[in-house]
Design a protein around this ligand. Structure first.
Ligand code: SAH
Length: 401
């Protein structure tokens, strides 16, 4: 018999090859009828249709609902050192086309599935690379991936931040630490469109920083002149730095995290901004917005960038309620003629649904609302055409009458 019956393979149930033929990179457990040669977690498997047709080569994940993630749809393509090197090099070339060193020295180098490396995120902050290996296949390929990264960026330090909850779904433990050229601490100063911004790759959220909001920081900069700004869920105050550089008269940062606010203060100092123009409020945004409403405090421009409200479909209805509620109150805090920058990073919330939720919030807030601009994740977070799930960040600039 052919090699295919000996090497590990998964055979799809009849009719379940449709998504793979459209090159969607995920194979769900319920699409599989048979697993051949009991592959281990992360092992490479051939994916065959019920009729025995070769469809893809994928990484097997026995614990996850996403039972396999495709490495390649090309039968001749081996998943070896060269594969990882070429994939990284292509991704790096794209980023170099998108941004020159003058505009920024920090980019998302690998955006998972959209860059052909399912479950892998790599951010480049100046000469520090941060990687997240979030799937069984990513974990199994760590040696090849690391070797390729070092080959491409020999002088860079590499830190691993594989401490996201999704690793549990793949049956993997959290892992963090320096993988190459360790540094004494995790702090890096990056430059972005004329701003210097602090990133802590060890203690920061996710890989340390929200690169996806880069273009949207520029949008804030464009609209901020002379305005009072309320920056909700401010984290390290990057929107605040952008607003003040754009000529805002005052910015108020609200966040629950003391460390985030302290970093926001340092970011303001780093950019030689007037500290008297910044107010730092350590509070729950939901409570603080209600407090402002009671006090009749209003702002010219409000930014709302909450953490993800929905992790799965069952949470979506609750998430919509949460977004509507917080957008309604935020709108009530915008002076007539002022602006709301509102975001959702929940991938499950589609653009049209988000727009509807914001529209409903405007009705409840009894405000006339016009959408001026649609915002999204910046271009170093591309969306693969066969993987629409890659689009997660959306935002609206609203003017409120
Ligand atoms: N806008 C930021 C990213 C926000 S991340 C940027 O572009 O860099 C979300 C932030 O919300 C985190 O800093 C977290 O500490 C904060 N946060 C989460 N829940 C909160 C709450 N209920 N009230 C205030 N801050 C909250």
């Amino acid at each position: 018999m052919s090699k295919q019956t000996i090497s590990p393979a998964i055979i799809l149930a009849p009719g379940r090859e449709k998504a793979l033929k459209r090159q969607h990179p995920w194979i769900f457990s319920n699409a599989i009828s048979q697993v051949i040669s009991t592959p281990n977690s992360g092992d490479i498997v051939d994916v065959l249709s019920s009729k025995g047709e070769w469809l893809a080569r994928a990484a097997y994940s026995p614990r996850s609902q996403i039972r396999a993630r495709v490495w390649t749809f090309v039968q001749e393509q081996a998943i070896d050192a060269q594969f990882f090197y070429n994939t990284l090099a292509n991704a790096w070339q794209l980023r170099q086309r998108l941004f020159d060193q003058q505009s920024t020295n920090a980019v998302r180098l690998i955006a998972g599935e959209s860059d052909g490396l399912p479950g892998i995120t790599i951010d480049k902050y100046a000469d520090v690379l941060v990687c997240q290996l979030l799937s069984a296949g990513a974990e199994a390929s760590r040696k090849l991936l690391l070797a390729a990264l070092i080959q491409l960026f020999p002088e860079h330090s590499i830190y691993e931040r594989s401490d996201a909850d999704v690793r549990k779904k793949e049956g993997l433990e959290p892992t963090t630490g320096w993988l190459h050229l360790p540094r004494s601490d995790g702090e890096v100063i990056i430059t972005e469109h004329g701003m210097a911004l602090l990133v802590n790759v060890i203690n920061g959220h996710k890989t340390g920083f929200y690169l996806d909001q880069r273009a949207n920081r520029q949008a804030v900069k464009r609209y901020a002149k002379g305005k009072t700004v309320l920056n909700c869920f401010s984290y390290t105050g990057t929107f605040a730095v952008a607003a003040l550089q754009g000529g805002a008269s005052k910015v108020t940062n609200i966040d629950l995290s003391e460390l985030a606010l302290a970093t926001a203060h340092r970011n303001a100092q780093l950019n030689h901004l007037a500290l008297s123009a910044i107010e730092q409020v350590k509070a729950d945004v939901f409570k603080q917005l209600r407090h402002y409403r009671e006090q009749g405090v209003q702002f010219d421009l409000v930014i709302l960038d909450p953490p993800k409200f929905a992790d799965n479909k069952s949470q979506l209805v609750g998430a919509c309620r949460g977004y509507k509620d917080i957008n309604m109150i935020a709108m009530q805090l915008v002076k007539p003629g002022g602006l709301l920058f509102t975001f959702s990073c929940s991938g499950l919330m589609e653009d049209s649904l988000f727009q509807k939720v914001v529209a409903d919030a405007a009705l409840d807030a009894k405000r006339h609302c016009q959408f001026l601009e649609r915002l999204q994740q910046d271009s170093d977070h591309p969306v693969l055409s066969t993987f629409p799930e890659g689009h997660y960040l959306k935002g609206l600039i609203c003017t409120l009458g």
